[in-house]
Each structure stands twice: as C-alpha cells, then as structure tokens.
Design a protein around this ligand. Structure first.
Ligand SMILES: *[C@@H]1O[C@H](CO)[C@@H](O)[C@H](O)[C@H]1NC(C)=O
Ligand SMILES: *[C@@H]1O[C@H](CO)[C@@H](O)[C@H](O)[C@H]1NC(C)=O
Ligand SMILES: *[C@@H]1O[C@H](CO)[C@@H](O)[C@H](O)[C@H]1NC(C)=O
Ligand SMILES: *[C@@H]1O[C@H](CO)[C@@H](O)[C@H](O)[C@H]1NC(C)=O
Ligand SMILES: CC(=O)N[C@H]1CO[C@H](CO)[C@@H](O)[C@@H]1O
Length: 620
C-alpha cells in the first residue's frame, strides 16, 4: 500500500479535469468565398442545434432510466443526470437532525438537474441505474487509480488505495471540515433507528441521564491499540522491545504499519458488532481513538489518519442501530499518562515533561479540528458525549490540568459542540473534584473508571466482599459525586469490567505478571489468602469451562456494578471485544452466559441478598 503522507496540504479540491470534449470545431479553410462560408455557418449551426437537441433527449431518456449509463466514463451530462437521480432516492432521510439550521457542508452543484441533491462534486464515481426495482440502492462504481488527480494519488483521499471499501463512499473528494476529511462518508443519513424499545430513537432527545442512565460499551483496542486486547498484534520476541502502539509502528515501519493497522481496523470491529451491541440491550458506545487519527508530528511512527475514516464509519454504523456515541480521545501528544494505551508507555510528556507545554498546545489544536468537524448537523443527534482526554496521569499538577481542561472546553464549546463534554477524574477519585470546575452544569461530566483489580487492597477482597464494595462504596461515592453539594455534579463510569483478578495476559503490560499470583512487581500476592496459593487458571478459562458457581459469581458481579453505576449518568463496559480475555469482553461474556442477555433486564440488583457461590474457592 502506498505510503500515506497526508498532512492536509490543501483544502482546495484539485481540478477534476473534466475534458473539454467539444473544443476544436472550426470551419475548414478560410479561403472559400463569402457565400460558401455562409452556407458552412448555417450547416454548423444546424448541426450544433441538432446535437444539442439529441443531447437533451438522451439525457432525459437516461434520467428516466430508458437508457442505461455505462461505467467507464468521466463526468458528463448523462452521468450528472444519473447521479442526481440516484441521490434523489437516498436524500431527504436526514430528518432526525434536530439541531440548528446550519447547512451541511456538501456543496450542491447539480447543474441542470431539477432535484435538490448534493451530487455533482468532483466525482469520478459512476452510478448505473438498477435493472428493475425503483427502490433498489444504486450500484456505485468506484473510481480507478487513473481517475484520481495526480496531486492526491496515494494520499488519504485516494480511495483506490484503501484496503476496504465496505460501508464507505468510494467517491473521490478532498473536501474537509475543520481540516478533517469527509471522504468515505455518505451524504445522507437517517436518525430513525432506536437501540431498543426502552430508549428513544436518535430523532428524539434522550432526556435526563440522571433518570435514564446510559448503558454502554467501549470499543477498546480498536482504533487505539492495547496489547492485552489484541495480543496477536504484539506477538514478537521480547528482544524487539514492543510494548505499545508506538513500539509496534516504529518496528514495522510506515508502509507495513499502515497495512497491519488498517487490516486490524477493517476486521476487528465490523458492522455485525454494532448490530450485536444493540441486540444486547446496550444503547451507547464509547469509541477510544488517538491523536494520530487527526494528524501526526515530525518523528511520530504512528499510522496517520487511517483510523479517522474507520471512526467515521463506526459512527454511521452506530447510527444505523440507534446507538449514541461518546467520543474518547484516548492518546494525546506526548502521552498524558505514560501507559501503553496512550500509545507510548514510559513517560508523561504532556502538560509536564520536556515537551509537555507544547504537546498540551497541540492537543488543543486537535480538539479545535475535532470539534469543528463534529459540530456538523449530522452529529448533533448521535454524539451524546465529547471526551477531552482519557485518564491524565495522577501526578499532574491539578491546577495545570484544570487550566488545560478549561481551555479545551472553551474551544470545543465555541466551535458549536452542544453535547456534554467529559473530563476524567484523572485517577484521583471522584471526591477530589468537589468544588472544582464548577458552574458548568450539565455541559461537563466527570468520568470515573472503576476497577477492583489494579488496587491490591480491593483485589484481595473475597467474592462476596467485591459485590458488597460495588453496592456500598461505589454507590456512596457516585451518589456523593452526583450532588454538587458534596461532589462535582454530573458523573459517569466510562470504564469497568467483569474481571475479578488481574490475571489476563499482558493486562499489566507486556512482560509483566499478575498481582493475583505475586508475579507483578515486588510485594506479595494480593489474593485473599495473602500467599502464593492463588491461581489464574480459572480466571483465564473459557466461560464454557468455568464452574456454575464461578459463572454465577461473575454474572452477579457484573449486575452489581451495572446497578451501582446506574446511580450515575451511566456506564460503559471495558470492552466489547478481546481476542482472548473473556472477562474483559462483553461479547464473550454474553456468549458464555455470564452477562445478562439484555443490559436493561437483569436478575440481580444491590437490594437483593448476595447468592451463595457454593464451593467456589476464594483463591480460584
Ligand atoms: C458520456 O457518457 C456516455 C454514456 O456513458 C458515454 O458514452 C460518452 O462517451 C460520455 N461522454 C464523454 C464526453 O465522456
Ligand atoms: C427542494 O427542497 C425544498 C425545501 O427542502 C422543497 O420545498 C422542494 O420541494 C424541493 N424541490 C425538489 C424539486 O425536490
Ligand atoms: C453508504 O452508501 C453505500 C451505497 O449506498 C452503502 O453501500 C454503504 O453501506 C453506506 N455506508 C454506510 C456507513 O451507511
Ligand atoms: C459520496 O460522496 C460524494 C462526495 O462527498 C457525495 O457527493 C455523494 O453524495 C456521496 N454518495 C452517497 C451515496 O452518499
Ligand atoms: C506499562 C503499562 O503501561 N502498562 C499498562 C498497559 O495497559 C494496561 C491495561 O490497559 C494497564 O493495566 C497497564 O498498567
């Protein structure tokens, strides 16, 4: 695949090069007499009139689908007629956008077409009319490499260089909004879907999240890699020193990295996943993505921008199934937390660190672009939450962090984002935010990520104690945070999981063991007995090989957390899919019978007594 060197050089669409087909008709020699010249002019005029009439007749016949349009031409009259007819069939479905009246960005130059459509952009795409049924989707013929203007060949805009065209609009366009490309998006969209009968369709407002909390899932490890979610992508000898997306892309080099990552984007999450998420009774999706979806900087090994179109397509697929979106900028320039899932583990170089201030500024520019793009009408009903920065590290100076968050908030708001923005509790606990960043009302939500397994004191609790902890301590923390008299105000749980140990391979980073067995950093094991008896075998088993008691615990544990987190504005499970970690995969949990079949219809809640887990061992 061609190397993607795509820094958005220009917002100007290149010339489409529509050939001037009728140029060059001239009278013959100028030596003839006046009379014969007059004759010649009359003939030419007649000929041109005839051609014009014939052209109009043909165009009309084509637009009426009497004549079929072939598929090997560049823009011409007949194509414009056919395309506008095709567009007519799909337009007008963007009924649900209840936002302001700002017009969509697509230019609408349909020439002589009488219809209100937005076809006719610089587009070498051909449509041919379907054989019979009027309602059938038009067949779109994608451009071939020779249709792509030289200046755009091999660039992001060159749809002929894309690995997958599934669900994408392959029409060539260099149009951007906020500097971010539209290519790949369809012009029309429909907001009529609803995720399930408990929630409103996208055409209708959600209402109060306090009364109707979000039930969501993350698409972790998709557009921002994480070794434990897709260990197969990190299957290299330890000597290669690959611990994160930075190391992986550096190792692979630009061309190979682009191939490997695009293949992952195209296959790890597909339309079927969005359908299954809705079928599971979930209604929101948090999509983590990183700054390299927007741009990369000098020296970055990250694959630039390819994830952008997969993000946009993911949002459209969510729309198709009535799912609302929480955007999550997961990796910021320089790494905001030094963890592998920020892109690069090791050091924080954002806000603090040698390039910290510069990287903080770059992050604001990223948000400027993103918020301009997502302020478009088409996103008003589907983007429910706009996340500013995933998990800035605990060691940041809180005042600097607040300053940055306030700047980002203002940029995003001023660019027209009406969705609530989201800021992380920055791993300080919800209570830390009481009295800070006040006065923003519902336009800022505090995001806490709740796990028992990364903290040795919580990890060593017994099964029943973990459930009690969720139902008591987390409920108390969340209700405290939701009230501005005692906490921040609007609060949500952007991540949590069903895992009750930290046993999953690579969970603590490549090359690290588990706290549960005492094989991760110093200090003893953190299993309930405090010795080395604890085992990871059951925790890492396939649900079909788990005992009924362990399965009952896991399901109750998940339901306890859902119940507790619904005291907030809602929850987002981490994560939808993993290659081999079922206690971190909602999908695998459903398949294994350890998740409720419908997220809104559950057997157990915190008011009920904790069931007996029979002979389930505390050491697994
Ligand atoms: C216009 O389209 C028609 C039908 O596909 C094709 O036969 C013709 O060659 C095209 N004309 C030009 C000028 O490209
Ligand atoms: C064009 O759009 C306007 C407003 O949306 C509508 O009233 C009119 O009927 C449309 N015309 C055609 C030809 O579709
Ligand atoms: C865009 O439209 C094309 C052609 O109608 C269709 O195949 C594709 O699935 C659509 N994409 C999305 C994301 O809806
Ligand atoms: C595909 O993209 C082009 C360029 O943005 C646009 O004009 C056209 O309407 C789109 N096609 C569909 C089916 O939405
Ligand atoms: C070293 C490092 O960054 N490890 C982190 C990798 O990501 C997992 C989970 O996503 C964390 O638990 C590790 O701390």
């Amino acid at each position: 695949m061609a190397q993607r060197d795509i820094r958005m050089e220009s917002l100007t669409p290149p010339s489409t090069g529509t050939p001037d087909k009728l140029a060059g008709i001239h009278p013959a020699a100028a030596t003839a007499a006046k009379k014969s010249r007059r004759k010649l002019w009359i003939s030419i005029t007649a000929l041109i009139s005839l051609l014009a009439i014939a052209g109009i007749v043909i165009a009309v016949l084509i637009s009426q689908k009497v004549i079929r349009v072939g598929s090997t031409t560049t823009n011409n009259v007949s194509e414009a007629a056919a395309t506008s007819q095709a567009a007519e069939e799909t337009s007008g479905s963007n009924s649900g956008s209840g936002g302001s009246g700002a017009s969509p960005p697509q230019p609408s130059k349909t020439g002589s077409s009488p219809s209100n459509t937005s076809s006719g952009t610089a587009s070498p795409t051909k449509t041919s009319t379907p054989d019979d049924e009027e309602e059938e989707e038009p067949e779109v013929v994608c451009p071939s490499p020779s249709d792509i203007p030289k200046a755009s060949k091999g660039s992001y805009f060159d749809t002929t260089s894309w690995l997958s065209l599934e669900g994408f609009n392959c029409t060539f366009t260099t149009e951007t909004v906020g500097g971010l490309p539209l290519v790949g998006l369809n012009s029309s969209y429909s907001n009529t879907a609803r995720a399930n009968p408990q929630v409103p369709p996208l055409t209708k407002p959600w209402g109060s999240y306090t009364d109707r909390p979000a039930r969501g899932v993350n698409l972790g490890g998709w557009l921002s890699l994480e070794p434990f979610i897709t260990p197969s992508l990190f299957d290299y000898p330890r000597s290669a020193s690959i611990y994160d997306e930075y190391g992986l892309t550096l190792f692979l080099g630009p061309e190979k990295a682009a191939q490997v990552l695009e293949k992952h984007y195209a296959t790890f999450i597909t339309e079927a996943d969005f359908a299954a998420i809705a079928a599971a009774g979930l209604d929101h999706i948090r999509i983590p993505f990183s700054y390299w979806a927007v741009e990369t900087y000098e020296g970055d090994p990250y694959v630039s921008q390819i994830s952008w179109r997969y993000l946009l397509r993911g949002i459209e697929w969510a729309r198709k199934y009535g799912l609302r979106i929480k955007l999550d900028l997961h990796g910021l320039p320089g790494s905001q937390n030094s963890w592998n899932h920020s892109g690069r583990q090791g050091k924080v170089n954002w806000l603090t660190g040698p390039d910290g201030p510069a990287n903080a500024q770059k992050s604001l520019k990223i948000h400027d672009k993103l918020s301009k793009f997502f302020a478009q009408d088409r996103y008003k009903n589907i983007i429910a939450f706009y996340g500013l920065a995933n998990e800035p590290g605990r060691d940041h100076d809180i005042n600097l962090l607040i300053q940055w968050t306030e700047s980002a908030y203002k940029i995003v708001k001023d660019n027209g984002i009406e969705a609530s923005q989201v800021m992380s509790d920055a791993l300080r606990g919800l209570g830390e935010w009481h009295g800070r960043m006040t006065g923003l009302g519902d336009s800022m939500v505090l995001d806490g990520h709740e796990y028992v397994i990364f903290d040795t004191a919580l990890l060593s609790k017994t099964h029943a104690q973990k459930i009690e902890f969720a139902c008591n301590v987390w409920v108390e923390q969340i209700t405290g945070s939701m009230n501005t008299a005692t906490g921040f105000g609007p609060t949500m749980v952007g991540e949590w999981s069903q895992a009750d140990t930290d046993c999953t391979q690579y969970l603590n980073g490549i090359g690290n063991g588990a706290r549960w067995t005492g094989t991760f950093f110093t200090g003893g094991p953190s299993c309930p007995t405090g010795d080395k008896q604890c085992s990871c075998d059951l925790a890492n088993a396939d649900p079909k090989d788990m005992s009924p008691e362990y399965k009952l615990f896991l399901k109750t544990w998940a339901e306890a957390q859902m119940d507790a987190f619904e005291k907030s504005w809602g929850w987002f499970y981490w994560t939808w899919k993993t290659e081999s970690a079922p206690l971190w995969s909602y999908k695998a949990g459903l398949e294994g019978g350890i998740m409720p079949e419908k997220a809104y219809d559950r057997d157990w809640h915190c008011e009920k007594p904790i069931p007996s887990f029979g002979k389930l061992s505390e050491i697994l």
